[in-house]
Design a protein around this ligand. Structure first.
Ligand code: FRU
Length: 325
Protein backbone atom coordinates (compact mmCIF):
# COMPACT_ATOMS: atom_id res chain seq x y z
CA UNK A 1 0.00 0.00 0.00
CA UNK A 2 1.22 3.52 -0.83
CA UNK A 3 1.61 5.87 2.14
CA UNK A 4 -0.08 9.19 1.36
CA UNK A 5 1.94 12.19 2.60
CA UNK A 6 0.69 13.26 6.00
CA UNK A 7 2.96 16.25 6.52
CA UNK A 8 3.74 19.26 4.41
CA UNK A 9 7.25 20.74 4.62
CA UNK A 10 7.47 24.32 3.39
CA UNK A 11 10.88 25.07 1.96
CA UNK A 12 11.73 28.70 1.32
CA UNK A 13 14.95 28.86 -0.69
CA UNK A 14 16.67 32.25 -1.20
CA UNK A 15 17.66 31.31 -4.74
CA UNK A 16 17.46 28.12 -6.75
CA UNK A 17 19.60 29.21 -9.60
CA UNK A 18 23.04 27.77 -8.81
CA UNK A 19 24.79 24.41 -8.55
CA UNK A 20 25.19 24.48 -4.81
CA UNK A 21 21.44 24.91 -4.22
CA UNK A 22 20.56 22.44 -6.97
CA UNK A 23 22.66 19.94 -5.06
CA UNK A 24 20.86 20.83 -1.82
CA UNK A 25 17.47 20.14 -3.42
CA UNK A 26 18.71 16.86 -4.92
CA UNK A 27 19.91 15.75 -1.49
CA UNK A 28 16.55 16.69 0.02
CA UNK A 29 14.61 14.75 -2.60
CA UNK A 30 16.79 11.70 -2.09
CA UNK A 31 16.18 11.79 1.63
CA UNK A 32 12.44 12.29 1.06
CA UNK A 33 12.42 8.89 -0.66
CA UNK A 34 12.75 7.37 2.79
CA UNK A 35 9.98 9.56 4.22
CA UNK A 36 6.81 9.01 2.20
CA UNK A 37 4.89 10.64 5.08
CA UNK A 38 6.27 14.06 4.06
CA UNK A 39 5.89 16.19 0.97
CA UNK A 40 7.86 19.29 0.01
CA UNK A 41 6.30 22.63 -0.92
CA UNK A 42 9.15 24.50 -2.59
CA UNK A 43 9.48 28.26 -3.18
CA UNK A 44 12.42 30.01 -4.83
CA UNK A 45 12.82 33.71 -3.97
CA UNK A 46 15.35 34.37 -6.75
CA UNK A 47 17.70 36.35 -4.43
CA UNK A 48 14.99 38.83 -3.48
CA UNK A 49 14.44 39.23 0.28
CA UNK A 50 11.02 40.92 -0.09
CA UNK A 51 9.86 38.15 -2.32
CA UNK A 52 11.08 35.56 0.17
CA UNK A 53 9.07 37.21 2.96
CA UNK A 54 6.01 37.08 0.69
CA UNK A 55 6.61 33.43 -0.18
CA UNK A 56 6.90 32.45 3.50
CA UNK A 57 3.50 34.13 4.01
CA UNK A 58 2.13 32.03 1.14
CA UNK A 59 3.52 28.87 2.77
CA UNK A 60 1.79 29.90 6.01
CA UNK A 61 -1.49 30.24 4.16
CA UNK A 62 -0.98 26.77 2.67
CA UNK A 63 -0.75 25.32 6.18
CA UNK A 64 2.71 23.81 6.29
CA UNK A 65 3.63 21.59 9.25
CA UNK A 66 7.25 22.74 9.38
CA UNK A 67 9.30 25.46 7.68
CA UNK A 68 12.76 25.04 6.21
CA UNK A 69 14.30 28.34 5.26
CA UNK A 70 17.59 29.57 3.87
CA UNK A 71 17.28 33.35 4.32
CA UNK A 72 18.60 35.56 1.53
CA UNK A 73 19.60 38.22 4.07
CA UNK A 74 19.62 37.90 7.85
CA UNK A 75 17.72 41.04 8.88
CA UNK A 76 14.83 41.43 6.41
CA UNK A 77 13.80 37.79 6.88
CA UNK A 78 13.92 37.79 10.70
CA UNK A 79 10.37 39.09 11.49
CA UNK A 80 8.50 36.65 9.24
CA UNK A 81 10.56 33.70 10.51
CA UNK A 82 9.78 34.72 14.11
CA UNK A 83 6.11 35.05 13.17
CA UNK A 84 5.98 31.48 11.81
CA UNK A 85 7.77 30.12 14.86
CA UNK A 86 5.49 31.97 17.28
CA UNK A 87 2.49 30.39 15.59
CA UNK A 88 3.84 27.06 16.87
CA UNK A 89 5.24 25.88 13.52
CA UNK A 90 8.76 24.42 13.88
CA UNK A 91 11.42 26.27 11.89
CA UNK A 92 14.73 24.86 10.66
CA UNK A 93 17.10 27.52 9.36
CA UNK A 94 19.55 26.30 6.76
CA UNK A 95 22.95 27.63 5.64
CA UNK A 96 22.30 31.39 5.92
CA UNK A 97 21.20 32.64 9.34
CA UNK A 98 18.40 35.02 10.34
CA UNK A 99 18.71 37.85 12.88
CA UNK A 100 16.31 36.24 15.34
CA UNK A 101 16.33 33.61 18.12
CA UNK A 102 12.86 32.43 17.19
CA UNK A 103 13.61 29.16 15.45
CA UNK A 104 13.80 25.48 16.36
CA UNK A 105 17.16 24.50 14.88
CA UNK A 106 19.96 25.69 12.64
CA UNK A 107 21.93 23.50 10.23
CA UNK A 108 24.84 24.85 8.24
CA UNK A 109 28.50 24.71 7.32
CA UNK A 110 31.21 26.14 9.54
CA UNK A 111 31.66 29.41 7.70
CA UNK A 112 34.10 30.96 10.15
CA UNK A 113 36.41 27.96 9.80
CA UNK A 114 36.10 28.10 6.02
CA UNK A 115 37.48 31.64 6.01
CA UNK A 116 40.22 30.71 8.45
CA UNK A 117 41.32 27.63 6.48
CA UNK A 118 41.38 29.65 3.26
CA UNK A 119 43.79 32.18 4.81
CA UNK A 120 46.03 29.45 6.23
CA UNK A 121 46.15 27.68 2.88
CA UNK A 122 47.09 30.90 1.12
CA UNK A 123 49.82 31.56 3.68
CA UNK A 124 51.24 28.10 2.97
CA UNK A 125 51.01 28.52 -0.80
CA UNK A 126 52.66 31.94 -0.81
CA UNK A 127 55.24 31.19 1.86
CA UNK A 128 53.65 33.83 4.07
CA UNK A 129 54.27 36.67 1.60
CA UNK A 130 51.99 38.15 -1.02
CA UNK A 131 49.02 40.23 -2.09
CA UNK A 132 45.45 39.04 -1.80
CA UNK A 133 42.08 40.13 -3.13
CA UNK A 134 38.98 38.99 -1.29
CA UNK A 135 35.63 38.70 -3.06
CA UNK A 136 32.65 38.54 -0.71
CA UNK A 137 29.07 37.35 -1.05
CA UNK A 138 26.00 39.50 -0.52
CA UNK A 139 26.70 41.90 2.35
CA UNK A 140 23.56 41.08 4.34
CA UNK A 141 23.83 37.28 4.22
CA UNK A 142 25.46 35.60 7.20
CA UNK A 143 28.11 33.41 5.45
CA UNK A 144 29.59 36.61 3.99
CA UNK A 145 30.20 38.02 7.45
CA UNK A 146 31.41 34.76 8.99
CA UNK A 147 33.76 33.77 6.13
CA UNK A 148 35.16 37.30 6.12
CA UNK A 149 35.72 37.23 9.89
CA UNK A 150 37.49 33.85 9.83
CA UNK A 151 39.61 34.96 6.89
CA UNK A 152 40.68 38.19 8.61
CA UNK A 153 41.31 36.65 12.02
CA UNK A 154 43.73 34.18 10.42
CA UNK A 155 45.35 36.69 8.03
CA UNK A 156 46.48 39.02 10.83
CA UNK A 157 48.85 36.30 11.98
CA UNK A 158 50.83 36.63 8.72
CA UNK A 159 52.40 40.09 8.52
CA UNK A 160 53.74 39.35 5.03
CA UNK A 161 50.26 38.82 3.59
CA UNK A 162 48.49 41.95 2.42
CA UNK A 163 44.81 42.22 1.65
CA UNK A 164 44.89 44.81 -1.12
CA UNK A 165 41.18 44.90 -1.97
CA UNK A 166 37.82 43.51 -0.90
CA UNK A 167 35.17 43.34 -3.63
CA UNK A 168 31.47 42.60 -3.15
CA UNK A 169 30.46 39.95 -5.69
CA UNK A 170 27.06 39.18 -4.05
CA UNK A 171 27.56 35.43 -4.75
CA UNK A 172 27.20 35.80 -8.53
CA UNK A 173 29.60 36.06 -11.49
CA UNK A 174 28.23 39.15 -13.26
CA UNK A 175 28.35 41.34 -10.13
CA UNK A 176 31.84 40.00 -9.38
CA UNK A 177 33.06 40.96 -12.83
CA UNK A 178 31.45 44.39 -12.56
CA UNK A 179 33.28 44.91 -9.24
CA UNK A 180 36.54 43.63 -10.75
CA UNK A 181 36.30 46.28 -13.47
CA UNK A 182 36.59 48.91 -10.70
CA UNK A 183 39.80 47.39 -9.29
CA UNK A 184 42.12 47.17 -12.24
CA UNK A 185 45.36 48.07 -10.47
CA UNK A 186 44.74 45.72 -7.52
CA UNK A 187 44.05 42.90 -9.98
CA UNK A 188 47.37 43.44 -11.67
CA UNK A 189 49.21 43.12 -8.34
CA UNK A 190 47.30 40.22 -6.79
CA UNK A 191 48.95 36.85 -6.21
CA UNK A 192 45.77 35.19 -4.97
CA UNK A 193 42.06 35.87 -5.21
CA UNK A 194 40.00 34.34 -2.43
CA UNK A 195 36.36 34.40 -3.44
CA UNK A 196 33.70 33.35 -0.95
CA UNK A 197 32.20 30.93 -3.48
CA UNK A 198 33.36 29.06 -6.58
CA UNK A 199 30.96 30.91 -8.89
CA UNK A 200 32.69 34.20 -8.04
CA UNK A 201 36.16 32.60 -8.12
CA UNK A 202 35.46 31.29 -11.63
CA UNK A 203 34.02 34.68 -12.61
CA UNK A 204 37.26 36.33 -11.50
CA UNK A 205 39.34 33.73 -13.32
CA UNK A 206 37.51 34.40 -16.61
CA UNK A 207 37.79 38.14 -16.09
CA UNK A 208 41.54 37.97 -15.46
CA UNK A 209 42.12 35.63 -18.43
CA UNK A 210 40.24 38.02 -20.70
CA UNK A 211 42.56 40.80 -19.48
CA UNK A 212 45.64 38.67 -20.11
CA UNK A 213 46.40 38.28 -16.38
CA UNK A 214 47.66 34.74 -15.97
CA UNK A 215 49.74 34.88 -12.79
CA UNK A 216 46.98 35.01 -10.17
CA UNK A 217 45.71 31.92 -8.33
CA UNK A 218 42.07 31.47 -7.41
CA UNK A 219 40.46 29.89 -4.38
CA UNK A 220 36.74 29.40 -3.88
CA UNK A 221 34.17 27.80 -1.61
CA UNK A 222 31.44 25.15 -2.17
CA UNK A 223 33.11 22.32 -4.14
CA UNK A 224 29.83 21.33 -5.83
CA UNK A 225 29.90 18.12 -7.84
CA UNK A 226 28.87 19.35 -11.31
CA UNK A 227 30.63 20.21 -14.58
CA UNK A 228 32.13 23.71 -14.35
CA UNK A 229 31.51 23.75 -10.57
CA UNK A 230 34.11 23.53 -7.78
CA UNK A 231 35.38 19.95 -7.90
CA UNK A 232 35.59 20.05 -11.69
CA UNK A 233 37.34 23.45 -11.64
CA UNK A 234 39.92 22.20 -9.14
CA UNK A 235 40.59 19.08 -11.24
CA UNK A 236 41.07 21.29 -14.29
CA UNK A 237 43.43 23.49 -12.25
CA UNK A 238 41.33 26.57 -12.92
CA UNK A 239 40.93 26.93 -9.16
CA UNK A 240 43.86 26.08 -6.87
CA UNK A 241 41.48 25.01 -4.14
CA UNK A 242 37.87 24.98 -3.02
CA UNK A 243 36.56 24.58 0.52
CA UNK A 244 33.72 22.11 0.72
CA UNK A 245 30.50 23.72 1.95
CA UNK A 246 28.08 20.88 2.73
CA UNK A 247 24.51 21.71 1.69
CA UNK A 248 22.76 20.17 4.70
CA UNK A 249 19.86 19.09 2.47
CA UNK A 250 19.82 15.50 3.69
CA UNK A 251 20.25 16.53 7.34
CA UNK A 252 17.39 19.07 7.06
CA UNK A 253 14.90 16.47 5.83
CA UNK A 254 15.83 13.85 8.41
CA UNK A 255 15.69 16.48 11.15
CA UNK A 256 12.26 17.62 9.92
CA UNK A 257 11.10 13.99 10.17
CA UNK A 258 12.47 13.77 13.72
CA UNK A 259 10.73 16.98 14.79
CA UNK A 260 7.42 15.85 13.28
CA UNK A 261 7.84 12.54 15.12
CA UNK A 262 8.15 14.48 18.37
CA UNK A 263 11.87 13.85 18.88
CA UNK A 264 14.23 16.40 20.41
CA UNK A 265 16.82 17.85 18.03
CA UNK A 266 20.02 19.86 18.59
CA UNK A 267 19.63 23.62 18.42
CA UNK A 268 22.68 24.01 16.17
CA UNK A 269 24.33 21.54 13.78
CA UNK A 270 27.61 22.70 12.23
CA UNK A 271 28.69 20.68 9.19
CA UNK A 272 32.42 20.28 8.73
CA UNK A 273 34.47 21.50 5.82
CA UNK A 274 37.51 20.13 4.03
CA UNK A 275 39.90 21.86 1.67
CA UNK A 276 40.10 20.31 -1.78
CA UNK A 277 43.10 20.96 -4.00
CA UNK A 278 45.13 18.97 -6.50
CA UNK A 279 46.37 16.66 -3.75
CA UNK A 280 42.95 15.16 -2.90
CA UNK A 281 40.60 16.11 -5.73
CA UNK A 282 40.86 12.71 -7.43
CA UNK A 283 39.81 10.95 -4.26
CA UNK A 284 36.88 13.35 -3.80
CA UNK A 285 35.73 12.70 -7.36
CA UNK A 286 35.89 8.95 -6.87
CA UNK A 287 33.83 9.22 -3.71
CA UNK A 288 31.25 11.46 -5.35
CA UNK A 289 30.96 9.12 -8.35
CA UNK A 290 30.48 6.18 -6.02
CA UNK A 291 27.73 7.93 -4.04
CA UNK A 292 26.01 9.00 -7.24
CA UNK A 293 26.11 5.46 -8.62
CA UNK A 294 24.64 4.15 -5.38
CA UNK A 295 21.82 6.68 -5.54
CA UNK A 296 21.09 5.83 -9.14
CA UNK A 297 20.85 2.18 -8.15
CA UNK A 298 18.45 3.02 -5.31
CA UNK A 299 16.33 5.13 -7.65
CA UNK A 300 16.24 2.27 -10.18
CA UNK A 301 15.18 -0.19 -7.50
CA UNK A 302 12.49 2.21 -6.31
CA UNK A 303 10.99 2.57 -9.76
CA UNK A 304 11.08 -1.21 -10.30
CA UNK A 305 9.27 -1.61 -7.00
CA UNK A 306 6.73 0.96 -8.13
CA UNK A 307 6.16 -0.97 -11.37
CA UNK A 308 5.67 -4.21 -9.47
CA UNK A 309 3.20 -2.50 -7.17
CA UNK A 310 1.03 -1.18 -9.98
CA UNK A 311 1.20 -4.54 -11.78
CA UNK A 312 0.02 -6.20 -8.61
CA UNK A 313 -2.81 -3.69 -8.22
CA UNK A 314 -3.93 -4.25 -11.84
CA UNK A 315 -3.98 -7.99 -11.26
CA UNK A 316 -6.01 -7.60 -8.09
CA UNK A 317 -8.43 -5.43 -9.98
CA UNK A 318 -8.73 -8.05 -12.76
CA UNK A 319 -9.26 -10.82 -10.24
CA UNK A 320 -12.10 -8.87 -8.64
CA UNK A 321 -13.76 -8.41 -12.04
CA UNK A 322 -13.39 -12.12 -12.81
CA UNK A 323 -14.82 -13.01 -9.40
CA UNK A 324 -17.91 -10.88 -9.87
CA UNK A 325 -18.73 -12.14 -13.40
C1 FRU B 1 24.59 29.56 -3.24
C2 FRU B 1 25.56 30.25 -2.39
C3 FRU B 1 26.82 29.41 -2.24
C4 FRU B 1 27.36 29.92 -0.97
C5 FRU B 1 26.09 30.02 -0.18
C6 FRU B 1 26.14 30.95 0.95
O1 FRU B 1 23.41 30.29 -3.42
O2 FRU B 1 25.86 31.49 -2.93
O3 FRU B 1 27.67 29.52 -3.33
O4 FRU B 1 28.32 29.11 -0.42
O5 FRU B 1 25.10 30.43 -1.08
O6 FRU B 1 24.91 31.08 1.56
Amino acid sequence: QETAPKYCIGFSQCTGNDDWRRNMLTEMKRELFYHPEMQLLYKDAESDSKRQVQQIRELLAQKMDILLVSPNEATPLAPVIAEVYKKGIPVIILDRKAATDSFTAYIGGDNYNIGKLAAEYIAGQLGGKGRIIEVTGLRGSSPTIERHQGFHDALVRYPGLHLIATLEGSWVADKTQAAAAQHDSALRQADVVFAQNDVMAYGMYRYCRAKGLTRTRFIGVDASPYPDAGIDLVSRRILSASLLYPSGGKEAISMAADILAGKKVPRSTLLQTVLIDSSNVKLMRLQIDKIQAQHQEIEKQQSLLQEQRSLYQDQQHLLRIVATT
